[in-house]
Design a protein around this ligand. Structure first.
Ligand SMILES: [Zn+2]
Length: 256
């Protein structure tokens, strides 16, 4: 049982970092700094003062409107803050105060940033992929040389497999079938979940894509597929349940 104080701290930290992720989501696709300047209203230019910048609460108090001009503030802001907070709480709830919990929190944070950005802009900034890959490799060192090797092989598998898929897709459809962002993303994912996790993520991502995206776009004109959204969902599931799923799969194979 995790100490309630730890859970509350994780939740509060999640709200603050969720607020930072909102800044990343807005600014990284524009290649702007996420550190300066302070946020301001896109319409009237009013600086967001600290008491209007408190995660979730300010959005509620302001009733989703800019204090200066009344322009609507997207529900995406509190939603991202709550989601990061919930992930952080879930991470320490499930894994206790451990490196695994830290990995889970960082992985979830990165995947959420990727999913929202890919859904909005159909691109995945390098800060999430290369940055996440670097963090994944560093965190894997907690598992010693074997942990690091697993992460490195995972990253190589993710990158290599997606590169092959992208190459084959381009040959088959005579156009770019998969963005470079997806390739780098799977290298990052591999550093957290290993090569078996990469396979599971690709399988799950394709499945989610077919189940969700195709019904949504049926009958519409050909549209870009934000594949990163589905990969992110599958990667999160793989991080938590992947070992159990792979165990079950191997036992079923052995039993057959
Ligand atoms: Zn305004």
């Amino acid at each position: 049982m995790t100490d309630p104080f730890v859970l509350i701290t994780a939740g509060a930290l999640g709200l603050i970092l969720g607020s930072f992720l909102n800044v990343c989501i807005v600014r990284l696709p524009e290649e702007e700094s996420v550190l300066t300047p302070r946020s301001k209203c896109p319409r009237c230019g009013r600086m967001v003062v600290w008491y209007d910048n408190i995660p979730v609460l300010s959005w509620l108090v302001l009733r989703a409107q800019c204090r200066g001009c009344g322009t609507r503030i997207s529900v995406q802001y509190p939603a991202v803050e709550l989601a990061v907070s919930a992930m952080f709480v879930a991470a320490v709830w499930r894994y206790g105060l451990s490196v695994t919990a830290l990995s889970a929190a960082i992985f979830g944070f990165t995947l959420l940033g990727i999913a929202v950005t890919d859904a909005r802009h159909f691109l995945i900034p390098d800060e999430y992929t290369w940055g996440g890959l670097g963090l994944g490799l560093v965190l894997s060192l907690a598992g010693g040389l074997s942990g690091f090797t697993m992460a490195l092989v995972g990253a190589g598998t993710g990158f290599g497999l997606l590169y092959l898929v992208a190459w084959a897709g381009e040959k088959a459809f005579k156009q770019e079938a998969m963005g470079g962002g997806d390739i780098k993303m799977m290298a990052m994912v591999g550093s957290f979940v290993g090569w078996t996790g990469v396979l599971l993520t690709l399988f799950g991502g394709a499945l989610l894509g077919v189940l969700i995206f195709i019904p949504l776009t049926l009958g519409k004109e050909k549209r870009l597929v934000p594949f990163g959204v589905f990969l992110a969902g599958a990667a999160a599931i793989t991080f938590v349940y992947g070992p159990a799923i792979i165990d079950w799969y191997i036992r079923t194979l052995v039993a057959a």
